[in-house]
Design a protein around this ligand. Structure first.
Ligand code: 13P
Ligand code: SF4
Length: 304
């Protein structure tokens, strides 16, 4: 069955001049039909470089929205329009406007995990791969960082000359990971290196060997001499890690699941290829304004 769907997907994407971009947290079957698998920054960059007319984005809403904002002339399709990142909805626009008024000299750094309307109120975006580089590139000493307080406090460790005001948002999937969960696995596999995502709690980051974006973990695992790794992020990253490192072992945190990333299935991808729907729709005005902080981030590039 899967084989049949996969071959139809292959045939249709060629016929429709479509590229399939897939985030590292997608289910294995969807990762397998990707033209590119990557982290948020990598996929945003890939989206700007493709000649394809249509982009099917297998990820969550803010990722597909960013691809559309950066490529307004392309059709950007998300196979399940309900695949939303809850953290992106943790910014109340009125509260943000008030915070900006209270701190007139501060620059607003928005994690890419935000809505287009939030990006409009921001000076620059960042991802987990370049957050430190983005904050260090700014002239202001005062930064309002939205919405992930864990990523913000991680960045603060490397940007000691900045005063960072942290929005109280979190990623439910990463915030749920406890120090004890990691230590329990470490006890069973004492030689394993601990890699965690910067969306994790500070006490989890403290006991890690390295903190990386998802692509940062992929790159590190490939080049490291270590053979075993405990992976402190959404568990599906372990599928890609294993596929690309057959001689190494990866221990996931089995409860680290992002339910929204799991909404996209092979059937939904095939359906999107047939209908070229559901498309990301944003007004030209919103796209033009939201493009500025995204573009500024792209100029900074990767930091890992
Ligand atoms: P990455 O950019 O590191 O892939 O992270 C995206 C994300 O949503 C993490 O939860
Ligand atoms: Fe959003 Fe967290 Fe899911 Fe990433 S893992 S998409 S931050 S809810």
């Amino acid at each position: 069955m899967d084989r049949e769907i996969k071959s139809k997907i292959k045939e249709l994407k060629k016929k429709n001049n479509t590229i399939i971009l897939v985030h590292n947290y997608q289910i294995p079957e969807v990762q397998d039909i990707a033209d590119f698998v990557g982290d948020s920054l990598d996929l945003a960059m890939k989206a700007t470089k493709t000649d394809a007319e249509n982009i099917i984005f297998c990820g969550v809403d803010f990722m597909a929205e960013s691809a559309k904002i950066l490529n307004p002339s392309k059709n950007v399709i998300i196979p399940d329009i309900e695949a939303e990142c809850p953290m992106a909805n943790m910014v109340n626009l009125n509260d943000l406007k008030k915070l900006k008024n209270d701190h007139p000299g501060a620059e607003v750094v928005a994690y890419i995990n935000t809505t287009a309307k939030t990006k409009i109120l921001s000076d620059i975006c960042c991802t987990s791969a370049n957050g430190v580089k983005v904050v260090k590139s700014l002239l202001s000493e005062k930064i309002i960082f939205i919405p992930d307080k864990n990523l913000g406090s991680y960045i603060q460790r490397f940007a000691k000359d900045k005063e960072m005001i942290l929005w109280p948002g979190i990623c439910p999937t990463h915030h749920k990971i406890r120090k004890e969960d990691i230590l329990t696995i470490k006890k069973k596999h004492p030689d394993a290196e601990i890699l965690v995502h910067p969306e994790c709690r500070p006490e989890v980051i403290d006991i890690s060997d390295h903190t990386f974006s998802t692509n940062g973990m992929v790159n590190y695992a490939k080049t490291s001499d270590t053979k075993e790794f405990i992976i402190g992020t959404e568990k599906e990253l372990c599928y890609r890690l294993k596929k690309e490192n057959l001689d190494k072992t990866f221990y996931p945190l089995k409860s680290a699941i992002c339910p929204n990333m799991k909404k996209i299935t092979l059937e939904k991808v095939l359906n999107s290829l047939k209908t070229l729907e559901p498309r990301i729709k944003l007004s030209n005005e919103i796209m033009e304004k939201a493009k500025q902080p995204l573009q500024r981030m792209m100029e900074v590039g990767r930091g890992d």
